[in-house]
Write a protein that binds this ligand. Sequence first.
Ligand code: NDP
Ligand code: OXD
Length: 311
Amino acid sequence: MRITFCCTHTKAAPWLEILRAALPGAVIEDWVSGAPVADYAVVWSPPQQFVDEQTAAPGHSLKAMFNTGAGVDALLQLRIPSNVKLVRLNDAGMSVQMAEYVCHAVIRHFREFDGYQADVAQGKWSYRKPRGRADFPVGVMGLGVLGSRVARALTHFDFPVLGWSRTPRQIDGVKTFSGAAQWDDFLVASKVLVCLLPLTPDTRNILNFANLAKLKEDGYVINVARGGHLVDDDLIALVNNGHLAGATLDVFRTEPLPGDHPFWRHPKITVTPHTSARTLRDETLAQIVGKIQALERGEAIEGVVDHARGY
Ligand code: NDP
Ligand code: OXD
């Protein structure tokens, strides 16, 4: 068996070492142009040239490409033959990080910790009136691997939690909505909106003026999915006109976020550098190795991307 590794922005050596130890019979190499066609590929943002070379030969042997992230929007921009399985990462240690990040952002906003920090910096010992938790319904867009974990985590802090997905989902303690028919009902009932959707033609620009204006007064936006979900100027307009109290953003249309982007300096917008749920090398490779072994035994695996659906 031959496995090729093509992850941009990552040093290959430690990944190859773990893969070679886990699959001692396989030939495992960092991809270079002209390399032999592999049976499996481990990828993040590979160039089109990689796909073309690995799939050009008639009857090529490339069976699956394993993405080292959960989001496959970038991969689906490439031309990939339909007989090559695309496999996304299923959790692999990301959902707990995402739950931490979102709960932290919600609680920091709800408890006004930024305000306390600013007061303390000026030597002020001042109290703010406690807010009613019932007035802080949190709506989670996307109830997949990450969104469902986030929604469940939020219920532990007694916030009213709502969730929206494409098809109906049930989660204990979460009021769920689905599809276009229930989109508006979900939005108007939410004050804090958390985006954990995949980026697809249906979800691009979904965080726009018309939709965000439907959130309850003093709403708050947390985008941890993809920058392409959010229309940046619409968010800024709604924060500046007072309808939204602010936002926490981890993902951007251009990453790194350009130095002159207004998000950097907006007093009501918190920015983090796409770090809400990091790919963890050991967990990721353990999952990929398990799936390669399952495929070699002819078994079905989880996380195969539906090209037409876009996730
Ligand atoms: P999943 O595929 O497991 O879940 C996607 C969810 O979104 C599902 O509930 C799905 O509905 C719902 N959905 C998809 N399309 C629509 C639609 N048109 N309308 C309503 N709901 C829709 O993905 P994950 O939870 O694993 O990951 C979600 C995203 O998070 C990734 O695609 C990635 O972009 C982002 N991400 C960000 C990271 C970061 O560090 N910032 C790290 C990892 C991921 P249904 O249940 O009906 O299928
Ligand atoms: C992912 C990401 O999709 O890191 O895994 O954003």
